[in-house]
Design a protein around this ligand. Structure first.
Ligand code: GLN
Length: 516
């Protein structure tokens, strides 16, 4: 097994995840089998309990793991199928070490950062090695080199490289070259200092990826090489991409990062065949028409909160030769100003998932607007729940219909907790999570869209369509077009007399990828 470790320096938000994913794309196109994982130094066991405002989207895997959104990039850029093993946090590391301590596994010993915590981290690397049928594991380390909380992970990697042989490991450090306008210069000092920090720990990076706004000169490249103790050709420029993140692999391939990495790891593989990826990027960049979709949600201010949905728009756009312009609308503003004023005329409306009652009435107004004006509508998760509430209120005359998440005393709990959810107190990893199979009713819009009788999609929710209201809503005209194959839980609803009105309890965006 060969290993690539991707660390970050100077500042966060450098696109380390995209860099890691893009290297994966290139190596896969050299004919190698690749998987990716992320180590996150925070103390949460997983990001599932963090607000999207803190952390961006929580990305869900097939096995139900709630993970960092970078895993979404991994699955979109590489044909890998990830599991909960692929996202390790400090929270998991310490939880496990402390459980072992209480059990007496270390009996007689003082439990210490080295070796007990570092062993725990290395064990994960060995476990993924054993369980993955791949040639290369790419591991991204969250945070910035120099952070106190990331230190122990870097120490573990240093030890690990020694154990598996330095020639099987490639360290890639992603840094920033800030441009100082007044001086008209790009500055290499932060990069030098962050590499110095890495070397202090005993890690000499093999490759340095420099995020820049402007082209890097040969002088700057040589300077970084000399101060950071790497060959000049191993200093890679990573310019801000112009149009789409799917350009990243093409950009990185210009400095031949795939050649450098594979040579470093002693792999003799052909140059990557990027023809399909280039074609894809071409389709993303220059479609023949454009459409406007309103996304009405709660976490609109934050670009990353609905990451997979926004990415899905890019995929769907490329598929349909369209640029998808996104109109981001805060559901709370709809409550103040009305749907007509805020949304106006658009080609489609999407209400995404969410938690908590803020903006709920605005989302219900949005559904009503889409339904009565015949505007194409897609509801996802909470978006389906509000669609059901809207239908119950305005078509079935259940004026106070609601979800018990927002109104415990409603006389019409059309969305409610499943029996098995009722006793649950703990918040972490207790929702209905991961892939479940849904059976699709023939003759419905859902069936037409999927073109098959069953589909497996990923879930992340606690509340469900209340089966007690099924008959009444169906009799009124709501069509239930997919149900869970084991429990019959409602998965998809639609309105046949509407041009395009469909809503699903699951998150189809998690499985959307370029050309897939
Ligand atoms: N808050 C809702 C629930 O828990 C919807 C969750 C979501 O949209 N992901 O069921």
């Amino acid at each position: 097994m060969k290993y690539i470790f991707v660390t970050g320096g100077v500042v966060s938000s450098l696109g380390k995840g995209l860099a890691a994913a893009s290297i994966g794309t290139l190596l896969e196109r050299c004919g190698l089998k690749v998987t990716l994982q992320k180590f996150d130094p925070y103390l949460n066991v997983d990001p599932g309990t963090m607000s999207p405002f803190q952390h961006g989207e929580v990305y869900v895997l097939n096995d139900g793991a709630e993970t960092d959104l970078d895993l979404g990039h991994y699955e979109r850029f590489v044909h890998c199928s990830l599991s909960r093993l692929n996202n390790l946090t400090s929270g998991q590391v310490f939880e496990s070490v402390l459980r072992k301590e209480r059990r007496g596994d270390y009996l007689g010993k003082t439990v210490q950062y080295i070796p007990h915590v570092t062993d725990e981290i290395k064990n994960r690397l060995y476990e993924v090695t054993e369980k993955s049928d791949v040639d290369i594991i790419i591991t991204e380390i969250g945070g910035t080199v120099g952070d106190m909380e990331g230190h122990i992970f870097l120490e573990a990697l240093r030890q690990f490289a020694l154990e598996v042989g330095r020639d099987n490991v490639c360290f890639i450090h992603v840094t920033l070259l800030p441009y100082i306008k007044a001086a008209g210069e790009m500055k290499t000092k932060p990069t030098q200092q962050s590499v110095a920090k890495l070397r202090e720990i005993g890690i000499q990076p093999d490759v340095i990826i420099c995020r820049t706004e402007y082209d890097m000169s040969e002088d700057e490249r040589r300077k970084i090489a000399m101060f950071c103790n790497v060959e000049a050709k191993n200093v890679i420029a990573f310019r801000d991409v112009k149009n789409t993140i799917y350009e990243c692999p093409l950009d990185l391939s210009q400095d031949k990062i795939d050649r450098i990495v594979t040579r470093r790891l002693g792999l003799d593989v052909p140059a990557p065949n990027l023809a399909d990826w280039q074609r894809y990027v071409g389709r993303v960049i220059s479609p023949s028409h454009s459409i406007r979709i309103a996304v009405v949600g709660k976490y609109i201010a934050l670009q990353d909160a609905y990451k997979s949905i926004y990415e899905s728009f890019t995929h769907a756009g490329a598929e349909n030769d369209a640029r998808v312009e996104i109109l981001r609308i805060d559901a709370e503003e709809i409550e103040e100003k009305g749907a007509e004023a805020m949304i106006g005329s658009v080609d489609g409306i999407l209400v995404p998932g969410g938690f908590g009652d803020r903006g709920i009435e605005g989302k219900i107004q949005t559904v009503e607007y889409a339904r009565t004006k015949g505007i194409p509508f897609l509801g996802i998760c909470l978006g389906m729940q509000v669609a059901v509430i809207e239908y119950a209120r305005h078509i079935c005359g259940m004026d106070d219909a609601n979800s018990t998440e927002f109104d415990q005393k409603t006389t019409h709990p059309v969305i409610s907790l499943q029996e098995e959810q009722k006793g649950i107190q703990a918040m972490g990893a207790t929702m209905r999570l991961g892939a479940y199979k849904a059976l699709i009713r023939p003759g419905t819009l859902a069936h037409k869209l999927y073109g098959k009788d069953s589909v497996t999609e990923r879930h992340r929710h606690r509340y469900e369509f209340n089966p007690a209201y099924r008959d009444e809503l169906e009799n009124a005209g709501l069509v239930i077009s997919a149900v869970n194959d084991e429990h019959g839980l409602v998965e998809v609803v639609e309105l046949p007399e509407h041009p395009f009105f469909i809503a699903c309890q699951y998150h189809p965006e998690f499985q959307s990828a370029p050309n897939r």
